[in-house]
Every structure is written in structure tokens, then in C-alpha cells.
Design a protein around this ligand. Sequence first.
Ligand code: ASP
Length: 599
Amino acid sequence: MRTHHCNELRKEHVGQASTLVGWVNTKRDHHGVIFIDIRDREGVTQAVFRPEENPEAAKLSHSLRTEDVIQVTGRVDERPVIDGDSTVNEAIATGEIELVASDLQIINKAEVLPFQLDKDLSNEDLRLSHRYLDLRRPRMANNIRLRHKVTKAARDFLDSQGFVEVETPVLSKSTPEGARDFLVPSRLHPGAFYALPQAPQQYKQLLMVAGVEKYFQIARCFRDEDLRADRQPEFTQVDVEASFTDPEQVISLIEGCLAAMFKAGRGTDIPLPFERMSWHDAMDLYGSDKPERRFEMKLVDLSKIFAKSGFKVFSQTVKNGGVVKAINAKGFAGITTGQVDKLTEIAVTHGAKGLAYIQARGEDPSTWRSPITKFFSPEELTAMREAMHIEEGDLVLFAADKWQAASEILGRIRLEAAAMQNLLDGKDDILDFLWVLEFPLLELDEEEGRYIAVHHPFTRPVDADRAKLEAGEYDGLRAQAYDVVLNGHELGGGSIRIHESDLQRAMFTALGISDEQAAAEFGHILEAFQFGAPPHGGIALGLDRIVMLIAGESSIREVIAFPKNNKGMDLMTSSPAPAEPRQLRDLRIKSTAQDKAKS
Ligand code: ASP
């Protein structure tokens, strides 16, 4: 069939015969001479149909429509100079030549498309409902191939380090990663369900007990969570686990893996090793465990200044063990009322009662506009001005609450204020990789009045805290966990694991899981740990997010071939959908038969 692809012919091919296949990208009619840009996945080539050279092919070419599938045979020619003007098209790689057509085969006709492929389309639902057309567009075609390259780089790198790829079940058992499960009813066991894996966590640990020592998998994971730009109900992890390892080994392995992925996808060498920051500092300075550090606006603790303030909201908070913190959005005193409302709404959604602020019209506190400064003493004002480096034109925003809550609220406000000020404009090329370390093991869920795992129940405490966990002292326990962050996105996270059944039981107890419950749900892993389980640890990287960041896209949907929309629907196949009567009948027949057998 074809002799060349559509991005292959160059000046050195002039005079040769060539056959191309592909889609009609564009068609132009110049006084009866038809120009077709024929496109395949590699690129485009111009074919020209001249009635005087080949009347039959030229006549047929008149009937072509965009996206028809065709085969063109002809002679490669240099693009001519017409009236002293070169017709070379610098914008495409094949722009110096054209294919002078002698034969045209229409392989398959295309109807008029629901949308044009050469324009960016803002209606995402329309794109998703005909995703196979959307994927023909060069940007999406590039993203798909980019994903392949990045995935392959991860696979090759891990293979080169002795890691073995093992597939684990998709029809599996519920494993707690903090989200809701998707359930699949079993036909053979009516009333019983498989859960789709939120991650292969338990299987990869069991593979360590099995002696695999170095495992990885490009693993599909399923979590029934609310969707966001960087979240899908099914997504892919580069999942890794190793025996006889420690955090340093995992960290340098993953730095190497990410370097390989970024090299393959972007062609850039990322500087190694990555910086590191404790979870406490990340929360304290940026109000987030995945700090975006491409702009400053750090959180400042003003508790000392306001500990005895006449402004009771602040002094009471400090007295009750809380903190008063603030950020300075430099030069943002001109914030609009609408923007203040939006920031206030964010603060309130995350648990604040309101949002206190100062618009500094000048350096002197007498020029400041604020609903709260009238309650501050002159000393408090001066001390705050110094601590916050307040200058003319600045906007200071406050939060007063328990340390973590106040930090998280300001962390959200910080990101939104930065977005309002376009502080990230022109910073796309900065890659701020960071390890966040020294996570807490447990977190108190105030609403439920119980502890939950910050990572997951299989995470190991630091050695010094082990006795406390076993003794039931849960405050302030530290985990052997690590997250890798890029530009405010969590790329992945993992930990050294618990490998002893008594310690694992103690962890379940901390999480309010009774011995009976633990035996019923996790009996297999508790038992496995009794048969010579090696110490082990690992990590999982979010492949979709990594490819998204390498591609410079702002949603993971752009790097997933067939994603769900923001309501969890696959608009192309209309799924989810009610089950077919036949599927339901199959389930019923089996259960009736079993009921009969029992009676
Ligand atoms: N299974 C964990 C997750 O999905 C990652 C890990 O601990 O390896 O977040």
C-alpha cells in the first residue's frame, strides 16, 4: 500500500514515485487545480491534482471531503515558484515538496463531522462524545504518543534496576486508601461483591512476602471520589515495592525514574537530587502538604504579637492553643469586592468564620483599610507591619484557628490569591520538584472522633514511635512516609510498611478496627506476615498527572485516551448505563438455582 508516511518526503525524494495513505486534512480549489493535504499520524503532505496531467484523478479529487480516507499515488516534485513567489510552506516539514497525483483511491468516505478538527473546541462534552475524532487532532495525537514514551521510560528504567512487572487482580477485595470502592456483583456468589482496587497495595506487599523483592506495575486504580481536573474514577499508577529497602533507596530510585520519564517526554535533564522539606514546614510555610513554591507569599505566624490583643477573636484563639497566621499578597491592595467575596467563600468552605484582611494604601497603618485594625494597639500594628513586611499596595489576609486548620485555610487562600494575581504566568518552565518527609502517621478526625491514617493503614511508624503506637499513645506519631511533589501537584507517595502482624494489629486498633474486623477483612495479610515477611516499602506515582505536567496540560483528561467527563460519564459509550435485562437475568437465574439447591 503506502511507500512513505505523510511526514517523510523531502527534497531528496524529488523525481521518485510515492504512494501515501491517510485522511483528507484540507482541500483547496485554485482555478480547477485541487490541493489536498493528506494526513496520517506522522504529519501532512500536499498532493496536487492537475486536470491537464491526469484528468481522471483530478475529476475524482473534486468530490473529496475533509476526513475521507484516501490513497494517492504520484511523483514527488519540488514546490514551484509562481510569478516569482516561492510556494514553499515553511510551517510543515514536507513543505518543500508536493506529490503530483496520478492516481486517487477513495478508501472510505466521511460524513460531515460533528466538529472541526483544526480548531480548538471549548465544548469538552462534545469532544468526549466523539473522542475518536478528537484524538485525531495533532495536540491530542501528540499527548497519546507522549504518554506512551513516558510510560515506556518508566518501565525501561525500573526494568534496568531489576524490578519485575507483575499484574495484580482488578476483581479484588476492598482495600482502604481513603476513597469509596466500586463494587462488582458476583454471579457465582450471589450477594457477594468484588471491589475494584483503589491501588494494588496489599497485593504488592504480599508479593514481597512471596519473595519477588522488586515489583512494579503500570497499574489501573479505581476510586469512587468527586472528580477534579486532576482526578478520574479510574487512573494509572506506576506502582513500586521493594524488600530490604529504606526511604533513601526509594527516594533515589524514584528520582531516577522521574528523570527518565521527563527526559523521554520533554527532552530535559531534571536536576537531581530533589530538595526536601518536612511535612511540618510545608504546612507551616505554605499551608499545604504539596507546596507550590514558584511564588513566595509564605505564611507568617503572628500568634506572639496578638496573644494579648484587645481583638478577642485573635487573643482567644491563641489562649485556646490556636494560632494567628497571615500571608502578604504583595501589590494586591487593589483587590475587588468580588475577589474578596470569593476568597472569603473559600475560607468559609474550609472552616473559617470569615476572612480578615488589610488593604495597605500606604506604609503607615493610618492609611490601611481593614475591618479589624481599629482593634489593634499601635505596638501590635508596628510589630505586625515588620513581621509581614507590609509596604504600600500590599494585601494581608489572616486566619485564626488551630495550627493545622489555620495553615490549611491560608494555604488555599494563598493559591487562589496567586491565581487572581497571575503569579504563575511565565513560570511554566520552572520544575520545582520536592520531597515532603516526616509525615504524621495518624490524624484525628474531629467529626468522627477517631484517628485515621494519613497515608494508609500499612504505613510504618518511625522506630522511635513504635512503642507508643503499641501502647495506644497516638498523638504526634511520625510515619516513615514520603511524597514527591512538583509545582504544587502530588506526583506520588509511599512509605516503608509494617511487616509484623502484631504491629499491624496495633495499627488497626489505633484506627478503631476491632480484632474481629481485622481478622475478617485483613486476615490474609496478618497471616502472611507470620510466615517470614521481609521488611519492605514502596511508592506509587500518578502517571496521568505526570504526563499532564510534561505535556503542559491543565487536566488529566487531556492525556487519557478515553476519560470520563466531570460527572463521571463516558459520553461516547454512554456509560454508566442501566444493566441490560440479560445481565440482570443471569444474576437472578444463578441465585434462584442456588436457593433451590440449598432448600
Ligand atoms: N498505595 C499507595 C497509594 O495509592 C501508594 C503506596 O503507599 O505505595 O497512594
